[in-house]
Design a protein around this ligand. Sequence first.
Ligand code: ARG
Length: 587
Amino acid sequence: MTSLADQLSAALGDAFTAMGLDAKLGRVSESDRPDLAPYQCNGALAAAKQAGKPPRVIAQGVADHLASVMPDLAVEIAGPGFLNLTPAPAMYTGQVNALAGDERAGAGRVDVPRKVMIDFGGPNVAKPMHVGHLRSSVIGDSLQRLLRFLGHEVTSDIHLGDWGLQMGQLITELEDEQPDLPYFDEAFAGPYPDVAPVTIEDLARLYPQASAKGKEDPARQERSRKATAELQAGRPGYRALLRHFINVSIAALKEDFSALGVHFDLWKGESDVNDLIPAMVEDFKARGVAEESEGAWIVRVALEDDKKELAPLILVSSQGSALYATTDLATILDRRESVNPDLILYVVDLGQSDHFEQVFRAAVKAGLAGEGGLEHVKFGTVNGPDGKRLRTRAGGTFRLADLIEEARERARARLAEAGLGESLDAASLEDVARKVANAAIKFADLQNYRTTNYIFEMDRFVSFEGRTGPYLLYQAVRIKSLMRKAAGEGLEPGAIIVSVPEEAALVRRLDGFHGALMRAHDDRAPNHVCEHVFGLAQAFSSFYAVCPILPEKDEAVRRSRLGLAALTLRQLELGLSLIGLETPEQM
Ligand code: ARG
């Protein structure tokens, strides 16, 4: 479907072409003076030089052309030669009925669908998730929904951090607690038990213990480092333990993420590519991609015109171990062999910018990826009221699970205030609380452009008023309840006839859906979708305030308004689903 703005751009483009000028000059956008006209075109001013004519003369030429091809469009020439464009109600009527008849409520698809992998979430085994992982999960999930909806073939991968020192720390700590387990006995010939020796609570306890001990005692840290090296070298008991740690973590993570409504196609991790590393390193050495430097193997990635110097990527440390960048390179290799994506998006905080720049340049240098085939989708931090990175009261890292529980607690309280407990059973009420809490957290995050840092204010996020997720759910719920009531009275939506300005304004919002989705797609930035759904909800409110629906006596008018409400609800829910929000039936 072509939006009204695009139809106008095409018509004005023809008008400019007819005068021997560039069609691009005809670009029409929504006006920044909506009090004068809803659409505008400034092309006549830009054309004046090229044409050697005063802008008002050019504008008049465009207006004359339009008068013959688009009689329903009022054209006014303002100031030095601005074109103010006001479609007649008939144009809105035609457009909105086309939107209503479109099963995607106006959303198109990308011209060139691609195979896209999205690497997001990235929690670390045994370490609690923090708000940085939350941002990655919320932004990444929205991007996967959006890109898929727009026609790309998307594969998402959580890319667990399961290969660092923390694994060795867990191993040594468990050995201290339960030295008799077979995993520590080098003479044990297997098979190792199928049942995990630890629960997720054990892991949550073991890691901080080991980490604290390591900080105090260098010998202890050295033991963990050695265990990590032995694990990476393939010691069978440690490998078997690693598998248990990963499985136990994944089971717990799956629960957390599913409560948040976030899904991954692949649950792979750093450890999955370990076996690819030796051959990859040899290949890099053989082809001269990597070079030796002070006992380590590095890939030089700095470029002449870099503004700030980029350190070489360390492929193999001087102690002989593979590092974070090494596993990322091997993961690109693995993805190429399994999925062969055209593009990989890494939704990771901007603190890791240098890391990704190094990895991307090294990957291109080694021929693992093409130029532009790897993108770092960066995001900023979540801050506390003091403007610094969000911390718990005790000063520790904020845990994702605590944050979600806090949001639910507030949502429950808010729903109790609204008296919802009287009409719903406990399980349904909890389901609504979950949807409201998720909406609060997700919308608060996604409404900002991703690199913007924001301050975490739970009270504001869960409010039913203002620019919040719960406000949007509430608007959708209001329309749902209106539709139910209408259906109960046997009233059905009909053809839409646009007559009042509030209806035209709502149609313009509805008509902007595809453009908003494409902006979000192009910038990898869901805030454009947030902007759209919020504007839509507001436009609906303004319309509903002047156009009552059920009490309307004129049947055609009532059915038209009901049709507009039905279309709004459909597009609103669709837009909300693309940012990961689920609408309850009541709230
Ligand atoms: N586990 C990492 C962390 O917690 C994030 C992983 C991001 N993805 C990647 N391919 N490096 O910081």
